[in-house]
Ligand binder design. Structure first.
Ligand code: ADP
Length: 202
């Protein structure tokens, strides 16, 4: 099963591109949603997070997002420590999920694929890009967020140049019809790559 990582900075259109792949019948694993679900369900992971951040990290068994954010975002070392707990759990869950799929390749969508080193677990990677001003405009519209808040979230991610240096493919998401065309072309390329890798080569 060929694994393809899909990433892009906030507002780049990563989820939009993921939906286009789904339209072509390719299953997409949403790492960010899964990370949230695992934090709510996986008792072992919960214990580890409590060990790092204290009992306040959970309220009635559910992650206390505000508290967790207040503990990790101002402190890169603590954020790294939390990621070091959550990412292996997500990776394991992705491996299990990927093993159940029947398609020539699967996609793992993750906001920070390069930052975490998760891309090393992938056969190929796709980066979605868009101009910074356009990304800010999209997120302000999507989330009703203020520009400064969007910029703070952006600053936690690597810039596009750093990610593009590691990506195998780049989708420039400007107009939606052109983006869909790029995804269709990429899909054909990925199918070819999956056939040349051969069945069972995973
Ligand atoms: P990401 O997952 O990278 O944060 P999304 O796919 O959620 O980004 O896109 C951010 C917002 O911008 C969404 O509301 C989406 O509908 C919109 N959007 C995405 N791509 C385009 C585009 N090419 N043109 C206009 N709006 C777009």
């Amino acid at each position: 099963m060929m694994r393809v990582g899909l990433t892009g900075g906030i507002g780049s259109g990563k989820s939009t591109v993921a939906a286009f792949f789904e339209d072509l019948g390719i299953p997409v694993y949403n790492s960010d949603a899964k990370a949230k679900a695992l934090m709510a369900e996986d008792k072992t992971l919960q214990k580890e997070i409590i060990g790092l951040l204290g009992e306040e990290a959970f309220t009635e068994g559910l992650p206390n997002r505000e508290y967790i954010a207040s503990q990790v975002f101002p402190d890169p070392e603590r954020l790294g420590a939390l990621n070091a707990l959550v990412h292996p759990a997500v990776r394991k869950d992705f491996d299990r999920w990927a093993g159940e799929q029947q398609t020539p390749y699967v996609i793992q969508e993750a906001a920070i694929l390069f930052e975490t080193g998760g891309y090393r677990n992938m056969d190929h990677t796709i980066l979605v890009t868009a101009p910074e001003q356009e990304r800010i405009r999209r997120v302000m519209q999507r989330d009703g967020a203020a520009e400064a808040a969007v910029r703070v979230r952006m600053e936690r991610q690597w810039d596009d140049a750093r990610k593009a240096a590691l990506a195998d493919f780049v989708v420039h998401n400007l107009t939606l019809p052109h983006t869909r065309q790029q995804v269709e072309q990429l899909h054909r390329q990925l199918l070819k790559l999956s056939y040349s890798a051969g069945p069972g080569d995973c």
